[in-house]
Design a protein around this ligand. Structure first.
Ligand code: ADP
Length: 474
């Protein structure tokens, strides 16, 4: 089958990125093209993009877009077919996609309503030579797009709303309803009303034909108050239309075959060399498993559990390298661990993708003790390099790692270590298992082989999105 999809979002790799949303929006078009779906991505022409697109043909001209004109220009960057909404009064500004150097833009609700408005108009009416079958909206910035289709006419187009981060909900006060071109009759709790105002994410969730998030477990978790951040009831009420589709990773970029030295499932010697190099670089001498953490240092990521579990892990022969930045208190706690266990624990505060790749190549294990994790990428990088993930059993971590236990060992299926609940005791037990398994070379080799055989590319995701689209257009 196949068809056409208009994807609408505020970020897209390689153009503009602040989070995982950008990776998905940028990776899906190529992956979907292989299964017959033609996807174009509509984004705001932020200042830097505007320069790149200045000579692209105008395919849509909107006279009145909240105080100024908007032109949509079509072109291609990095293999992604793009529609850039050029509305200088909204997007030609200093700073990132959401804020100026002085702080968040006060008119963000309107800036992204405008993006959503144009998405709905293009979906409904079509461009001269291209009309989508599906409108796919990502996160709160695009949440009004399905709502505009629902309230202003959909022209036969179906819509999908994807949640990448439920924490951002795009709330505006009630008096904005008319300004945002939304109908007064829909201002009630079953439709647009949210805590006395309007949430663009909720608007998308209640009006889209399907709702997805980035892992099956997170889809189920979002219906519970601990994870739903106020929207659990809204999501639970539409449970039959909600599903989770795991993100993939770029398997060319994250490949042991491209490591220095290269290695692979059949020849792991290169990994031993990489391990020796990073130990030398960080001044470590680790008889047991060498673990890494590559993460934002925040409460979400469970980094505060490390000081409680690392002493026993080190006593058992383990070592740890932490690469990350974030909460100043947690950065300090990581430095203290390094000072307390010289030769066994090292810390690098900062963001460094090249170092991250060397760490994944050389380490034995990657620790991901998140309190919640919509999908998570680092456990997948770990699988790819035979760097066994030690994960809490939440969200995408639960869906991508098969933890060691008697049943998974008997079945020969384990790919890492998992623990529940997310506390120091359970985490410490999982690290104990890691140390134990690392002492058994045959078992360790089997776990590594399982991990490296686990598929983490975009192919599986793309076919899941394709089936979703096909279900809607059949
Ligand atoms: P989140 O988006 O919640 O931070 P993910 O696991 O989905 O978590 O994605 C985080 C990405 O950022 C991964 O690609 C990870 O390797 C990368 N990353 C995080 N911190 C660092 C760092 N200090 N240096 C290099 N890469 C990092």
């Amino acid at each position: 089958m196949g068809g056409r999809v208009l994807s609408v979002a505020s970020e897209c790799v390689p153009l503009v990125k602040t989070g995982g949303l950008a990776d998905v929006v940028g990776a899906l078009p190529a992956a979907l093209a292989k299964v017959g779906w033609d996807m174009r991505a509509l984004l705001p022409a932020y200042r830097a993009l505007r320069v790149q697109a200045k000579d692209w043909p105008v395919v849509w001209d909107e006279a009145d877009l909240w105080g100024g004109p908007g032109k949509v220009r079509a072109g291609e960057i990095g293999g992604v077919s793009l529609l850039l909404l050029d509305a200088p009064h909204l997007y030609d500004r200093d700073g990132g996609p959401y804020s100026a150097p002085t702080g968040e833009h006060p008119d963000n609700a309107i800036r992204f309503a405008a993006l959503s408005w144009i998405a709905a108009r293009i979906a409904r009416e079509g461009l001269t030579d291209w009309k989508p079958d599906i409108l796919h909206a990502h996160d709160w910035q695009a949440g009004f797009a399905p709502a505009y289709l629902a309230y202003h006419g959909n022209g036969g187009v179906k819509s999908v709303m994807t949640i990448h981060n439920i924490a951002f909900q795009g709330w505006s006060p009630a008096h904005m309803l008319g300004v945002l071109r939304l109908p007064g009759h829909a201002f009630h709790p079953e439709a647009l009303e949210y805590y006395g105002g309007i949430s663009s994410l909720k608007a998308g969730l209640v009006t889209a034909d399907r709702v997805t998030t980035v892992s099956p477990s997170y889809a189920a978790e979002l219906m519970r108050p601990e994870f739903g951040m106020g929207l659990q009831g809204v999501i639970a009420a539409r449970a039959a239309l909600v599903s989770g589709i795991l993100n993939g990773v770029d398997t060319e970029l994250w490949s042991p075959a491209n490591a220095d030295p290269p290695f692979g499932p059949k020849s792991m010697a290169g990994k031993a060399t990489a391990r020796a190099r990073i130990c030398a670089e960080f001044g470590l001498d680790v008889p047991g498993p060498l673990a890494i953490v590559v993460s934002r240092l925040t409460d979400q990521k469970g980094i505060d559990l490390l000081p409680a579990v690392v002493p026993d892990f080190v006593l058992g022969g383990g070592g740890l390298i932490v690469l990350g930045s974030g909460d100043p208190g947690m950065e300090g706690a990581m430095r203290n661990l390094a000072a307390r266990f010289p030769g066994r624990v090292a810390v690098r505060i900062g963001y460094d993708e090249a170092l991250s790749q060397r760490l994944f190549a050389g380490a034995d294990a990657v620790l991901v003790p998140s309190r919640f994790e919509p999908c998570g990428l680092t456990q997948m990088y770990g699988l790819r390099y035979g760097t066994l993930p030690v994960v809490s059993m939440v969200g995408g971590l639960a869906d991508t790692v098969i933890g060691v236990n008697p049943a998974t060992l008997a079945a020969g299926a384990a790919t890492g270590f998992s623990f529940h609940p997310v506390d120091a005791l359970a985490f410490s037990r999982a690290l104990g298992q890691l140390v134990e398994c690392h002492r058994q070379p045959k078992l360790w080799a089997k776990l590594r082989a399982n991990a490296m055989a686990h598929p983490v590319g975009w192919e599986t995701s793309a076919s899941a999105y394709a089936s979703l689209y096909e279900g809607l257009t059949a």
